[in-house]
Design a protein around this ligand. Structure first.
Ligand code: 6PG
Length: 259
């Protein structure tokens, strides 16, 4: 039986990470411009890791950057490692170096996860308050991002929601520290309720070692505890998977035919 989200997921396969990144940059620009035209604002959450680096560089390139109304864009983090913002492992540092240092985004429009704080509960509450302040959900509702950029690890994790971790079971918090046993460390992460409230989700997946996991996530049986990316299926949103051809090589033609 195929995994539940398949019916709503759209998979696009690209020849290389470069091509994938270029198309993702075009999609980001299109969404930014249309949300700003429609409601005067574009709220997006960015993942860390290595795959989106090239996308961020492209968004920062003069031609593309000039077409994005940055003063009306708010950028958040999907997740962060519990390290200082200058640490080479910091997702914020990667986003700053590839994107923020090169675009005219007002400083107050980037919302950094202060995951380095020892007071994890304080960091969680602070970020949740920031989501509430900027995204302004109605009472009792969950903040709704216009776009969330996600990645997927070879173990099927997305954001910092790793297989078998307590964060998978959190149906109420918007943000939480999630202990990841294999790293013996906490990560601060948006939760599935927030991911699944988004209007648009774009997964960027590149890496031949992820091919079998991708097949399992998109075409295998429903076992999200082991493959957390399967939990991503926004109730009122659109999911797109941008995958390079090597990573997509095990997907059936039927799924690749959705292109
Ligand atoms: C992080 C992430 C994480 C990432 C995946 C894929 O902090 O690492 O935000 O969820 O998206 O691990 O990472 P790669 O792109 O490096 O393969």
């Amino acid at each position: 039986m195929p995994a539940e989200p398949l019916s709503k997921a759209r998979v696009r396969v690209f020849a290389s990470l470069e091509e994938l990144s270029r198309e993702a940059a075009v999609r980001f620009r299109e969404l930014a411009c249309s949300f700003v035209a429609e409601k005067g604002r574009f709220n997006a959450a960015l993942s860390g890791g290595s795959t989106p680096r090239r996308l961020y560089e492209l968004l920062a390139s003069p031609d593309l950057s000039a077409e994005i109304p940055w003063e009306r864009v708010h950028l958040f983090q999907v997740d962060e490692r519990c390290v200082p913002p200058d640490d080479p492992e910091s997702n914020y540092r990667m986003i700053r170096e590839t994107l923020l240092e090169h675009i005219p985004l007002p400083g107050t429009n980037f919302h950094r996860m202060a995951a380095e704080l020892e007071d994890r509960e304080g960091a969680r509450l602070e970020y949740a308050a920031e989501l509430g302040r900027i995204l302004k959900p109605k009472k009792g509702e969950i903040p709704r991002f216009d776009l969330i950029l996600l990645g997927m690890g070879p173990d099927g994790h997305t954001a910092s929601l790793f297989p078998g971790t307590a964060g998978l079971e959190d149906h109420s918090a918007w943000v939480r520290p999630n202990f990841v046993d294999k790293f013996k460390a906490y990560r601060l992460t948006l939760t599935f309720p927030v991911l699944n409230a988004a209007t648009w989700i774009l997964f960027l997946v590149s890496g031949t070692e992820k091919a079998e996991t991708l097949r399992q996530v998109l075409e295998g049986p429903w076992r999200p505890e082991e493959l957390p990316a399967q939990y991503v299926h926004p109730a009122k949103g659109q999911v797109e998977w941008y995958v390079d051809q090597h990573t997509a090589r095990l997907l059936t033609t039927a799924l690749r035919g959705v292109l």
